[in-house]
Design a protein around this ligand. Sequence first.
Ligand code: ZN
Length: 112
Amino acid sequence: MKQYIKLRTSPGWDNLIAEYSEKIEALGAINYQVNEKYGYLDFYSIQYAPDADAVEIQRLIEEVNLISETICQGCGKPGHEVEHNSWIRTYCDDCFANWREGQAILTKSSQY
Ligand SMILES: [Zn+2]
C-alpha cells in the first residue's frame, strides 16, 4: 500500500518515482514525500518501519537525486540542468525550448 505524498513533480520523472518508491518501500520506508527541487527529484520526510534499512534507503535516495539530474523532467529522455529566470530544471533541448516559450508568455501576460 502506497503512503507517499507526491507533490509538484513533472511527468518525465514518473518512471523514476515508481521505481524508487518500490525500492525504498521494500526496505521499510512507510510514509514519505516526493518533490522536485532545483532540477532534481527528491524523497524526504521519510518515516521508517522499525526494521527498515535506513542506510540503504538514504543511499537509494542519493542515487535517484543524481539520476534525475540526467533525465528530462518533461519527457523522460536524456536531459541536463538548465536555468531560466533563475529557475533550475532538468530538460532535454526540446522541452527546454518549450519551457522558455511558456515562461516568456507567462511574463508577458503578467504585465497586464
Ligand atoms: Zn524532454
